[in-house]
Ligand binder design. Sequence first.
Ligand SMILES: C[S@@+](CC[C@H](N)C(=O)[O-])C[C@H]1O[C@@H](n2cnc3c(N)ncnc32)[C@H](O)[C@@H]1O
Length: 185
Amino acid sequence: MSVVALGISPTMCKRIEQHRGTRAVTPVVGDMTVIDVDGSFDLVYSTTSTLFSLLTQQQQIDCFTSMARVLTEEGTVVVEAFVPLRQCAVLNRQNVALRAFDTDRVDILATMHDPVSQRITFRELRMADGQPAAVLPADIRYIWPSELDLMAQLAGLTLVNRYGGWDKRPYEASCPRHVSVYGRP
Ligand SMILES: C[S@@+](CC[C@H](N)C(=O)[O-])C[C@H]1O[C@@H](n2cnc3c(N)ncnc32)[C@H](O)[C@@H]1O
């Protein structure tokens, strides 16, 4: 079995190259809204809410359409992502949380939520004794599972199964994440 690992960051792709050992993983630097790779695949997967890294609905639809384009006729697209219930409950649309607290270190996570654009902006402030303070930014646009199913439909795919985790537990209202399986109708 051969695997292509697509990522926009050349540094991350270099890391895959360094750690792949004897495994047949080919890192490719590229944009997941386009997926410019050769061949077609039985399985295309996007895990750890990576689809949320795309910051507009159109980019997310483009990504789904590209995943469908490189899929074999019988192939499967699998998307793992968090269900944004907890994140959307952010009080006054903003939140500050202490992530780490020690004698020589404090990490603070500041979060802003815009329910109109479905965007959440994270800024992690790291302060450690003897080191310059650093701000680590991360922006996402979350997708509700129902919206994801419509994106799949636009790409010519349909939901085959939805689980509450990789162990295939049933997807229920309390599930913080979902693993959704799509195929051609
Ligand atoms: C949440 S991380 C996923 C990490 C990986 N799935 C894992 O489990 O370790 C999101 C990744 O998506 C990459 N990324 C962001 N925008 C991208 C794009 N337009 N095309 C391809 N990769 C992108 C980032 O560089 C980052 O490595």
